[in-house]
Design a protein around this ligand. Structure first.
Ligand SMILES: [Fe+2]
Length: 399
């Protein structure tokens, strides 16, 4: 199913990630390679103009053939050809192939995240609110959660101060990274404060109750237009029943838990909330400078498929939930780092051509693999998009 142009059917994700290996590895290095079904190249190319023509993105839901079984056969066949190629490759050939295979694996991890968020969007259109994954008992805090909720919503948001510094920004070239994380360079990061934890649903409800969605003074011009055109009154997947907020999760429709990080909000909403609360969003440089901590958090491996309430006490002076739970919108436009040049050819289209009209998000979400994220990782989405697990961490200038 395809519930909107940004959402791809599960089957399409399975085929497209396979197409990536077929196109950029098999067709390049297996001289005798002949695609069994050459038309797949057209159906499952996403956006690589240098790799040929492609099917329209908004029509992916109409690809009734190949069937799911045929798609799995396509995957198995390409997988086994890749296996053969790698096992027969000498050292020189392997050195050429390896970076593309690794890129293909990271590409597949990105699509695994989209699989989750796309299934959520599709399920949310069904009034039966299907359950993708039953909630685990560990997610139900029972009466203890009531206490947690109260403390989380009444607890003031602590900020941690950072002094001015010239920070090294970007990947240090140990291990894999995407090209948009390079070149590593120095950036002046003036003194700032960063919120210890993401904004909660409880805090966001206060913004809604303060008529935040109806007060133009908090909104960017484009955001104000969007909020009125789309008639947004709450995050995506929230509905009001008998005066109470509910939200659709991958475990079905549930009352909004005030202690969980707010998610499925656009950049516009994140920015408006920050303005309302007298703060601002961090820059991606502030975020990266602050995130010199172990990568640990609620990632897809926990199989909760939903952001979790913070567990640590209000006295804690350490940054919490920087990684996992929700992607954090930054106020940084997605732009090339100084000296960045996209690689020639189709793979140069991976990131570089999207560096316009999008904002950088950091830290990964409950749908991201733990092995996929990095401190220097730059995700990006247009400011009106809400179907990813996106959230808010506030920043402030020194008072
Ligand atoms: Fe892709």
């Amino acid at each position: 199913m395809q519930s909107m142009p940004d959402v791809s059917p599960t089957k399409w994700h399975l085929a497209h990630t396979t197409w990536f290996f077929e196109t950029f590895v098999l067709k390049k290095w297996l001289t005798a390679y002949r695609a069994e079904i050459p038309q797949y190249a057209y159906l499952f190319n996403s956006y690589y103009n240098a790799a040929g023509d492609m099917h329209r993105r908004d029509l992916r839901g109409l690809i009734s053939r190949p069937t799911v079984d045929e798609t799995h056969r396509y995957r198995s066949s390409v997988d086994s050809d890749i296996d053969d190629l790698i096992s027969r490759a000498d050292e020189k050939l392997f050195a050429e192939i390896e970076p593309i295979v690794i890129l293909g694996i990271h590409h597949e991890q990105q699509h695994q995240e989209l699989l989750i968020t796309d299934i959520k969007h599709v399920f949310a259109q069904n009034p039966l609110y299907p359950v993708f994954h039953e909630r685990q008992p560990s997610q139900d805090y029972g009466s203890a959660s009531k206490i947690d909720t109260v403390s989380a919503t009444t607890r003031p948001m602590n900020f941690i101060d950072f002094e001015e510094t010239t920070a090294e920004i970007g990947h240090d070239s140990s291990g894999f990274s995407y090209d948009n994380e390079s070149p590593r360079h120095r950036a002046l990061v003036p003194a700032f404060s960063l919120a210890r934890r993401p904004v909660t649903n409880g805090e966001y409800v206060k913004f809604i109750d303060a008529d935040g969605y109806a007060r133009s003074e908090f909104w960017l011009s484009l955001g104000w237009m969007t909020v009125n055109e789309q008639r947004w009154q709450a995050p995506l997947y929230w509905i009001k029943r008998d005066g109470a907020w509910w939200n659709f999760t991958l475990s079905g429709l549930r009352p909004v838990d005030e202690s969980e990080p707010v998610t499925h909000i656009s950049y516009f909403e994140a920015d408006a909330f920050a303005n309302w609360s007298g703060a601002r969003l961090p820059t991606e440089f502030e975020w990266e400078r602050a995130a010199k901590i172990d990568i640990d958090g609620n990632f897809v491996e926990t199989e909760t498929f939903h952001p979790q309430a913070g567990r640590s006490s209000g006295q804690d002076r350490h940054l919490a939930q920087m990684f996992g739970d929700v992607w954090e919108w930054t106020r940084s436009a997605y732009s090339p780092y100084p000296g960045y040049r996209a690689a020639p050819g189709a793979l140069g289209e991976y990131n570089g051509k999207f560096m316009c009209n999008q904002y950088v998000l950091r830290g990964g979400s409950c749908a991201t693999s733990c092995s996929h994220i990095r401190r220097t990782y730059r995700n990006f989405f247009p400011p009106e998009k809400r179907w990813q697990f996106t959230g808010i961490r506030l920043a402030r200038d020194p008072s």
